[in-house]
Design a protein around this ligand. Structure first.
Ligand code: CA
Length: 224
C-alpha cells in the first residue's frame, strides 16, 4: 500500500512516517497543502492521510478538489476539531474516515488496515446483484439500467452491507459497528447521513430496490 502523508507538524509527520515505514508501507510526506495536493493528484496513492489545518491550502478544500478531479485514493482526515459540523464537512468533502488529534498510532494503523482489507476484498471483484441493481465493490460503482453511479468507499461499504442482508432489518448500531467499527467518535447520525447519500444516488424506480426506514430501529433493503 502506498501512502501519502500531508502534515505540517514536523514532529508528528516524522513520527508517523517512521511508524508507517516500520509497518512496511511505502510513505511519501508533504508538509504543506499545495505540495500535498500536487503529489496527491498523481493518483498513485492508495491512501492519503490528510491534515485539516495546513499552510498553503486547507485540507477540506484539497479533498474537494481531488474528488472533483476524480482522484479515488482513500482519505483519512486528521483534525483537531471535533464538532459534528466539522465531521460532516470532512465526510461530505469525500473523506473515508477521520481521526481526531491527538490519536494513538495503534488507532491509525487499525484504520489503515481496515481500509486495506476493504480494497483487498474488493480485488476479488465479486459483484453483488439484487433486482436491477449491481454493486461493483472494486470500482465503488453501482449500476442500474444504463446508469453508473460513483460511490465513496463508505457508501459502497454501506450498500454492500445492505445488499448482503437483503430483506433483513439492520439496526443503526449494527451498521455503525460494521462500517465504522473502532471509531468512537462516530455516532448513529453518521449512519443516517450515509443512508441519505445512498438514497440520493439510487433511484428506486430504476433500481427496483429501496432502502426502507424501520422506525426507531434501522434500515432494510427491500424489493428486487
Ligand atoms: Ca496542521
Amino acid at each position: 500500500m502506498r501512502i501519502l502523508l500531508v502534515e505540517d507538524e514536523q514532529r508528528l509527520a516524522d513520527a508517523l512516517e517512521y511508524i508507517l515505514k516500520k509497518n512496511k508501507f511505502a510513505v511519501d510526506v508533504a508538509f504543506d497543502g499545495i505540495t500535498g495536493q500536487d503529489m496527491a493528484e498523481s493518483g498513485i496513492y492508495d491512501l492519503i492521510i490528510l491534515d485539516r489545518m495546513l499552510p498553503g491550502k486547507e485540507g477540506v478544500t484539497i479533498l474537494r478538489e481531488l474528488r472533483a478531479k476524480g482522484i479515488k485514493s482513500a482519505v483519512i482526515f486528521l483534525t483537531a476539531r471535533d464538532t459534528i459540523a466539522n465531521k460532516v464537512e470532512g465526510l461530505d468533502a469525500g473523506a473515508d474516515d477521520y481521526l481526531i488529534k491527538p490519536f494513538s498510532t495503534e488507532e491509525l494503523l487499525a484504520r489503515i488496515r481496515a481500509l486495506g482489507r476493504r480494497s483487498q476484498s474488493s480485488l476479488l471483484g465479486d459483484k453483488i446483484i439484487i433486482g436491477a441493481l449491481t454493486l461493483d465493490p472494486l470500482r465503488c460503482e453501482a449500476a442500474y439500467g444504463n446508469e453508473t453511479v460513483k460511490l465513496t468507499i463508505k457508501e459502497a461499504q454501506l450498500l454492500e452491507l445492505l445488499m448482503r442482508n437483503h430483506g433483513q432489518v439492520l439496526t443503526k448500531e449494527q451498521i455503525l459497528d460494521r462500517i465504522w467499527g473502532f471509531d468512537n467518535e462516530v455516532d448513529v447520525n453518521c449512519v443516517e447521513i450515509y443512508i441519505y447519500y445512498l438514497r440520493r444516488k439510487l433511484d428506486p424506480q430504476k433500481c427496483k430496490v429501496r432502502i426502507d426506514t424501520i422506525r426507531g430501529i434501522g434500515y432494510c433493503l427491500n424489493g428486487g
